[in-house]
Design a protein around this ligand. Structure first.
Ligand code: UD1
Length: 366
């Protein structure tokens, strides 16, 4: 029998570590034929190519090269360029991961063409519609045929939204497959030497959510907390292009540079970044995936958001929400420095075997 053709969609940095284990496992299956489509939502070497090289992801079969734009224009461009790909390739299914614009845009195109949609990381919800990703999650799941949530709370969200139980397959957290698989290479990273850091004696920071960096009041509140924290421990800040742009637009360069213990770097590769967070005293972040990675490493995480679509990292892991309030961030940092933080445990099915479960299910249902 001819293998079932599945277009695997990747667009932005947080997608790459999720598609890597799926691509690898699917290429070994005689029943499935993966075709990799890169939308080009992220296109810089440091935001995209590095991850393909490090994680041994094959070069994309098809590149849509959409680049950055407003949300409406970016989504429109992806849809316009993905439609003829579907017509030419005639896949039986597309597989999307996560919650970026590319996830939603390609799903809408596929749904209208009656091509089956598989969504890995389905069902997570922040219930905050001011987050562009929440809209992407809701729209994608509403039209997905095979829902693959990472955790039980995500299954419950999908059931509460009225999805039929037979469409829902709890597969676990795909990102952890990549993390566990990469452990040796993460350990070997020389990033601490390069940045002249001692394990356990620094803080790592990532910041890029529009709600934090596109709003000057919120951005200033976070910077005020950093100003205090960096007096105690150096803070390493691999800076996202959006954040760099906003620092300059808001004229905040002098303030940022005045913090002598705030170490700015370009975005890091997967192994260096893994090493950085796993050796941190604690992590400050507004990312989704880093809340999960710190839980696996057992490193305290202060999330600079009011809510999270990954509540299991708070219930079971090492994560706490701080929003962008200066005093709250400082109080939580003090709590960690005083040795007063939960230990956390590894959530169910964050075991490095999610890709295997995904492929077995697809071989059966497609
Ligand atoms: C996107 C995702 C977000 C994810 C984040 C991780 C959506 C809605 N958002 O947000 O969920 O957490 O990626 O990085 O899909 N830029 C570059 N080089 C690049 C890509 C972007 O310089 O390779 C710059 C551009 O100036 C662009 C800005 O970064 O305008 C923001 O990029 P964009 O893809 O619009 O959103 P992110 O903030 O990266």
């Amino acid at each position: 029998m001819k293998p079932v053709k599945v277009l695997i969609i990747a667009g932005a940095r947080p997608n790459f570590m999720k598609i890597a284990p799926i691509m690898h496992a699917m290429r070994k299956s005689s029943k499935l034929e993966p075709i990799l489509v890169h939308t080009g939502q992220h296109y810089d070497v440091k935001m995209s190519d590095t991850f393909f090289d490090e994680l041994n992801i094959p070069r994309p079969d098809i590149s849509l090269e959409v680049g950055s734009d407003t949300h409406a224009r970016q989504v429109a461009k992806i849809m316009e360029r993905f439609e003829p790909v579907c017509d030419e390739q005639k896949p039986q299914a597309i597989l999307v991961v996560g919650d970026v614009n590319s996830t939603m845009a390609c799903s809408i195109v596929a749904a209208k063409k009656e091509i089956k949609i598989i969504h890995v990381e389905a069902g997570i919800r922040s219930r905050d519609r001011s987050m562009p990703e929440e809209i992407n999650r809701m729209v994608t799941d509403a039209i997905t045929d095979i829902l693959m949530p990472p955790s039980r709370d995500a299954v419950d969200n999908l059931l509460a939204e009225g999805h039929a139980p037979e469409k829902i397959h709890l597969v676990g957290n795909i990102m952890i497959d990549t993390l566990l698989e990469s452990k040796d290479r993460i350990n070997k990273s020389e990033i601490l030497k390069t940045l002249n850091l001692q394990a356990g004696n620094f803080v790592s920071l990532t910041l890029h959510r529009p709600s934090n960096v596109d709003n000057i009041d919120n951005f200033r509140k976070i910077l005020a907390a950093l100003e205090i924290i960096q007096q105690e421990l150096p803070i390493v800040f691999p800076i996202h292009p959006r954040t760099r742009k906003m620092i300059s637009e808001f004229g905040l360069e002098d303030y940022v540079v005045s913090m002598k213990n705030l170490i700015l770097t370009d975005p890091l590769g997967y192994f260096d970044f893994g090493k950085l967070i796993s050796a941190s005293r604690f992590v400050l972040t507004d990312s989704g995936g880093i809340q999960e990675e710190t839980t696996i490493y057992g490193i305290p995480c202060i999330t600079l958001r009011e809510n999270t679509e990954r509540p299991v990292t708070v219930w079971e892991g090492t994560n706490e929400l701080a929003g962008c309030d200066t005093e709250t961030i400082i109080a939580l940092a003090r709590q960690i420095l005083d040795g007063n933080w939960k230990k956390g445990r590894i959530p169910e099915l964050w075991d490095g075997a999610a890709a295997g479960r995904i492929i077995s299910i697809l071989e059966e249902v497609l």
